[in-house]
Ligand binder design. Structure first.
Ligand code: PLP
Length: 436
């Protein structure tokens, strides 16, 4: 048995005992469990890049706001489903100052994580027109969104945007919209897993086509402000977080608080529905809801039966964080910039040792350093590479589960890696390169 940085025999035994067919095709949670067991058995710490969870403490302003609200007794009271007024007002001001868009507080809703926002939207959007039954995903993307479609029994189509950047995106998108079956389109920007960011031209293409074909755009801003090539941190001062909202009125934005505020545990996100869409009536909704008005049906017909609103105290936490961001006393980008700094070092360690970055540019610009990056090793597909990397104490996930067509690609998440581990990462990558 060959010698590897992590005891070869133990790794092989643990893989066998896990019952997994292959590490390379396993889900994020399966890989996490396997690596937990190998770490326990060997006493060795892995360079863990599989899970996209915040690696920073929660925003203090949020925690304090939440504790204060709990002490006042909000835990005993049902929150209004549409959200507490100070939060709705805060979201409306936040999107004005950080995105330069006008959305009435009425159309700004808290959700139980961005995850609930997408679930509720998928439910409703597939019921807007009886003859339109399909969501389009601009991939690569977040696998749970497809899982949400499966449990809802909803149809979706997807394509990997890798070969359709820039003007090529127009024809590709139009080919789907022309079928008349697409009710909505979803992408994340910056993108999980590839960290590509759409250019203004691309957002304009998406917006124009959405208006032309009356398709709703769901823009997932889980990594708000985290394209660190630009400084989106100053309220009311350009540049602003780019958004399709500048190019169409048919949009829903999902702004998660999990990453930008490191508030994943409290499960609170923002759903921002354009004023236009919120007030639009869709007659086919009457089959399921008491009102044909989109916003009304979302609040009282969808969010109500799902969870009857969002945690009362978490709403106060988010309201406090937004207030501080709006008045400039809290810099939303500074607190997460550490991810970009780590990505820069880690990407160099990979490329210095024979690896390549898979999604490497935004058309003519090198990709930003951020929460994720993608890599491959010449001559190996993702499954073989992941299977092998486990023996070198490195864990990550394959891009294949994200709708990517890059069968050689792997997603690395920078959040949990500490700078003290860079030495280990470098030594392991060197050894891998020498052995292959
Ligand atoms: C692209 C994307 N969308 C949504 C989410 C979920 O966000 P939340 O924690 O607010 O439910 C994530 C979390 O990793 C994500 O990466």
């Amino acid at each position: 048995m060959k010698s590897t940085p992590i005891d070869n025999q133990i790794v092989t035994e643990k893989i066998k005992a896990s019952g997994l067919m292959s590490v390379g095709t396993s889900s994020i949670r399966e890989i996490k469990k396997l690596v937990d067991e190998i770490e326990k058995a060997t006493g060795e710490k892995f360079v863990r890049m599989e899970m996209g969870i915040p690696g920073l403490p929660p925003e203090k302003i949020g925690v304090e706001g939440q504790i204060e609200a709990l002490k006042k007794g909000v835990a005993a009271k049902y929150p209004d489903i549409q959200g507490i007024p100070e939060l709705k007002e805060g979201i409306s001001q936040f999107v004005k100052l950080f995105m330069d868009i006008e959305v009435n507080p009425e159309c700004c809703l808290p959700t139980v994580g961005s995850m609930q926002g997408s679930f509720a939207s998928f439910l409703m959007l597939s019921r807007l027109y009886h003859h339109r039954d399909t969501t389009l995903f601009i991939d690569p993307g977040f696998p749970v969104h497809k899982q949400q479609h499966r449990v809802l029994g909803r149809k979706f189509e997807s394509f990997d945007v890798y070969n359709y950047r820039g003007e090529k995106l127009r024809e590709k998108l139009e080919s789907y919209f022309k079928t008349g079956l697409i009710h909505s389109v979803l992408y994340s920007n910056p993108n999980n897993p590839s960290w590509i960011c759409f250019t203004e031209d691309e957002l304009k293409i998406i917006g124009e086509l959405a208006t032309k074909y009356n398709v709703i755009v769901m823009e997932d801003l889980a990594y708000f402000g985290m394209d660190f090539r630009k400084d989106y941190s100053k309220p009311g001062v350009p540049p602003y977080q780019p958004t399709v909202a500048h190019y169409t009125n048919n949009y829903i934005l999902f702004i998660s608080s999990s990453k930008v505020f490191s508030y994943a545990g409290e499960r609170i996100g923002m759903m921002v529905i354009s004023n236009h869409l919120y007030h639009t009536r869709f007659e086919d909704l009457l089959q399921y809801y008491p009102s044909s008005q989109f916003g009304y049906a979302m609040v009282f017909g969808t969010l109500y039966p799902l969870s009857s609103g969002t945690s009362h105290s978490a709403q106060y936490a988010l309201a406090a964080m937004l207030k501080a961001a709006i008045n400039g006393s809290f810099n939303i980008v500074e607190s997460v910039r550490a991810y970009g700094k780590k990505a820069k070092v880690m990407k160099k360690l990979f490329t210095d040792n024979g690896f390549e970055i898979v999604y490497d540019t935004d058309i003519d610009q090198p990709i930003a350093d951020g929460f994720y990056f993608t890599f491959s090793y010449p001559g190996m597909d993702a499954e073989a590479l992941l299977n092998e990397l486990v023996y070198y104490g490195i864990s990550a996930i394959s891009l294949l589960i994200t709708g990517s067509e890059r069968s050689e690609g792997i997603r690395a998440c920078t959040s949990l890696i500490q700078p003290e581990q860079f030495g280990d990462l470098e030594a392991r990558l060197k050894r891998f390169h020498a052995d292959h």
